[in-house]
Design a binder for this molecule. Sequence first.
Ligand SMILES: [Fe+2]
Ligand SMILES: [Fe+2]
Length: 184
Amino acid sequence: MTTIQDIPRPTNGDVVELILADHRLFESLLRELRDDTSDREAARQAFAELHVAHALSEESEVYPRLERKDAISDHEEEHGREEHAEGHEALLALLECVGTDTQKFEDALEELATAVNHHLAEEETSILNPARSEVSEADRRALGERWLAARNEKLAQGCASVEQVRAIVKKAYGEDLLPADDEE
Ligand SMILES: [Fe+2]
Ligand SMILES: [Fe+2]
C-alpha cells in the first residue's frame, strides 16, 4: 500500500533520473488503484498529490529552462502543458467519484491511465531525451535540485484536494490548454 507519506522526497539528483523515478511510481500507483483488494482511497490521494506536485513543478522549473537552453521547442513545452491539463482533468473525475468500488471509479481510472501513460511516453521521448543529450550533467543536477524543491514544497503543503484540482483545471481552460467546448 502506498500513502502520501510513502512518496520519496529526495533533495538532489539528475533531473532526468528523478523524473523517471516518479513516472515509475505513477505506473505502480495506477496498478494499485486497479487492484480492488488494495486501499484505493490511500492510493488515489497519493497519486493525486504526486501528479499535481510533479507536473506543476515540471512546468515552473524544468520546461522553461530546457526551452531557454534550446533543448526543447516552444511547441513541445506547450504540448507538455496541454497533456498535464488533460491529466488533471481526468484526475478530477477520479477524485469526484464518491465510492472507490464502482464502475464509475473504474471508468474514470482507465481514462486517467490512458492520459497519463500517453504523456509519460511522450515526455520521456521528446523532452527527457533532449535533456540528456543537450544539457550538461551539472545543469541537469542543478535542475534536479530546483525541481525537487518545488515538488517537495507542494507535497508538504498539500496540493491536490478536489477543490485545488478543480481550480487547476479551471485555470487550464482559461489558458486554452484544454478545448473550450469541453468545459462543463
Ligand atoms: Fe513527468
Ligand atoms: Fe509531465
